[in-house]
Design a binder for this molecule. Structure first.
Ligand SMILES: [Zn+2]
Length: 406
């Protein structure tokens, strides 16, 4: 078993040790030391990284794993011989961050128990943020804010955090927040003075003030309850800084104060909705006008109208096709638009013998697009930017010619 120096001191970054085992593990060099300050991934907390120095040679430790038999494996950038004396240095910045997130989780989990009796069933530490899953049917924003406030008060009170080792039987009497599922030997208890007592093998602050702060983020329903995302310490500062930068940029676009951004967005959404309605009304009027003009210019029965609109989109030619074929006289409209995705719309006044769906299929086969529809109304689309619009116009005229002679 490896002697876990971090059990007694979470702020020990440098130590001396001896290599007791060294082997190749799937192409990586795995090293076991007699003692280590490197924390292995376990209990939701992520492993440390750092360096081992032996006879002036530096080897990077990129991952640390906990073995069932009590050994700690250090995955290293190079091999070391058994018996080598090494000096280990843990990446202190990364460790401090982990200590802040991890102890912050103890405080937050205890706050949810104290306030709402919501136990934490799992903890995850990510690269950017951490999450706990609470066993509860629901969690309101107000409840989350209460827990956040209590947790930050406990941080501000700078309560001592102590470690002690207690036999399992004795621990059972102490009313721990969490007991490990299987345990042999003494339990390692983390005691946040008069606030939380739990069994844990992780690394923690000396006093809650070192956590700095806790900021709650997203709250979402998950299978086992409610997931609460949070960040502590410097991560909370970085996250708040990023939020502020984002909000300032949004406020700049509206030339408003950051707190007025939601109101500005509501206003702007309402404006764009009403502008959209006005535009649609104008488009309908334009379609009506165009329809009257085209019908007046076209002779024959049925009146076959062939028109390509390079600057209009699919919505306009659909509206126009409806207007053209809504009257009493027999009309067949063969329309194409060039704005956005090039689109074809074929429509006829109901009750005529032509089949628009079939004509559209034929046209698409020639032009390399996809489309179809009913006997009276059909639509087809051509790949954006592809094809020659002159081909489209020629196809429309060829179809029109067959309709007029038939
Ligand atoms: Zn812990």
């Amino acid at each position: 078993m490896t002697d876990r120096l971090y059990y007694h001191n979470s702020f020990l970054y440098d130590f001396d040790a001896r290599v007791v085992e060294a082997f190749d593990s799937n192409g990586r060099s795995a090293i076991v030391l007699d003692r280590t300050a490197f924390y292995p991934t376990s209990g939701g907390q992520v492993h440390d990284v750092g360096m081992l120095t032996a006879a002036g040679q530096q080897i990077a430790i990129t991952e640390v794993a906990d073995e069932e038999d009590g050994r700690i494996l250090h995955f290293a950038s190079g091999p070391l011989a058994v018996g080598t004396q090494v000096h280990g240095s843990v990446d202190a910045v990364r460790r401090r961050d982990h200590v802040q997130q991890h102890t912050g989780q103890h405080v937050l989990s205890a706050a949810f128990i104290r306030l709402f009796n919501m136990p934490t069933v799992s903890f995850h530490m990510g690269e950017e943020s951490c999450t706990i899953d609470l066993e509860t049917a629901g969690l309101s924003v107000a409840q989350a804010q209460k827990a956040e406030l209590l947790a930050n008060e406990v941080i501000a009170e700078d309560r001592p955090v102590s470690i002690r080792f207690v036999p399992l039987e004795e621990a059972r009497q102490l009313g721990l927040r969490k007991l490990p599922p299987k345990q042999t030997g003494d339990l390692r208890l983390i005691d946040i003075s008069d606030f939380d007592l739990t069994a844990c093998g992780g690394t923690h602050v000396r006093a809650t003030g070192q956590i700095g702060s806790i900021l709650l983020r997203k709250i979402e329903k998950v299978k086992q309850g409610v997931r609460v995302e949070f960040v502590c310490g410097l991560r909370a500062v970085n996250t708040a800084r990023r939020d502020y930068t984002t909000l300032t940029e949004a406020a700049g676009l509206y030339s408003s104060h950051i707190y007025d951004v939601p109101e500005q967005i509501r206003k702007s959404l309402a404006e764009s909705k009403s502008a959209g309605k006005a535009q649609h009304k104008l488009l309908e009027e334009l379609a009506q006008f165009s329809s009257e003009r085209l019908l007046a210019q076209t002779a024959g029965s049925p009146q076959v109208i062939t028109q390509f609109f390079p600057d209009r989109d699919a919505l306009f030619i659909k509206l126009l096709a409806q207007k053209l074929t809504a009257g009493k006289s027999a009309v067949i409209a063969l329309l194409a638009s060039g704005a956005g995705q090039p689109t074809l719309v074929f429509a006829q006044t109901p009750g005529q013998k032509s089949n628009m769906g079939q004509l559209m299929k034929d046209a698409m086969a020639q032009l390399g697009g996809r489309g179809g529809g009913s006997a009276d109304m059909a639509q087809g689309g051509l790949p954006s930017g592809a094809g020659n619009m002159a081909d489209v116009e020629r196809t429309l005229h060829l179809i029109a010619a067959t309709l007029q002679t038939s």
